[in-house]
Design a protein around this ligand. Sequence first.
Ligand code: ADP
Ligand code: MG
Length: 401
Amino acid sequence: MKDFHEFFLMSIEDVKRYAVEVLHKFEPDEETECVEIGDGNINYVFRIWSKRDGHSVIVKQADKLLRSSGRPLDIYRNKIEASILQLEGQLAPGYVPEVYYYDETMAATSMEDVSAFKNLRKELAANRVYPHLAENISTFMADTLLPTTDLVLDRAEKKKRVKFYTNPELCEITEDLVLTEPYDDFRGRNIITAGNEDFVREFLYEDQQLHAEVGKLRERFMNNAQALIHGDLHSGSIFANEEGIRVLDPEFAFYGPMGYDIGNVIGNLFFSWANKAFTMPEETGAIQALERTIRDTCDLTMKKLAEKYDQLVTFSLYRAPGFRKAYLDSVWADSLGYAGTEIIRRTVGDSKVMEVSSVTDPTLRIPMERALVKLGITLIKQRETLRDGSGVVSAFRLILS
Ligand code: ADP
Ligand code: MG
């Protein structure tokens, strides 16, 4: 029987044994069940629970090869993921699963089972737009982002962290799939809905002004080591129920612009709104709740970041009101810009969101995609002039009207 002193990809039976022998989560004679629940295309996620009293644990194992394409991927990403989960747990207690054990040899992170919370993307699809979402998501972002900057952290410590969290392969995925290909399709990987080819060519491939703005956002993504960001904060990484939220899956984490996280959240909320606006316009309650959630997520995040700033930033030059304003304004502008790039890439790129791909009727899909692309472009081009959450919501209402 294999022991766990050398990396191998675990089967269900291996994981059950691992949970006893390595994690000591169950007695050797305790009967357990185990299922692989990973829905991502990168890693293996196992849930193991006791048949005696139901207590459970999650084991997430990274493979050296991408699950979907077989492409090799450095398993160091898993070390980054375990470490940022622990850090987020300290900065925003209760918002992420507790890490029980990180096993470098097995590239496995064992953590709290948060199955009581459900995938936010699916909850929103089922019209469960929890009223607490904006409050909780904004708290999570403000609490985890600003304290990791060198406005707050000791500068030597911050540079050490920048090095530790350097995540070149996962960043490359974002740089290509989010911040390049939607605008030039250089690898031919975009998937354009029939009927929208001319629209995409004109609005995305041929607009030099748009290219310049996306170029700026791409360069900032690569060079602005501002804060330790989650890196993949879409609504499938956020789990929710009536009580609150849990944030999972930070394997794209690195030191980058905090607006990238904020923009991902905002951008993904818009998919749900767009989907409902086109496929279930009668669901006015859920649509209004989404509008409010987007508006409040924008405004509360900026308000809480400003409050954190006033609490935590002590360096004299950074206390100058003009600097503070310029800093927060640039975070806001980044957030809108990256919301825009997220919306566009999930609409025309190969990694679509359920809210887009589930719409199969072309008479709905074509105009929905156009509305989303126009919204993305507006957010990118007007990121320095749109003032607040109401402005952002109004921009989409205008496009839909
Ligand atoms: P990947 O990196 O492969 O995308 P994720 O971390 O997103 O993997 O996990 C895949 C799925 O496994 C999640 O969507 C969720 O359903 C489940 N999952 C992951 N971690 C936990 C956890 N701590 N508790 C409960 N379910 C989890
Ligand atoms: Mg993932």
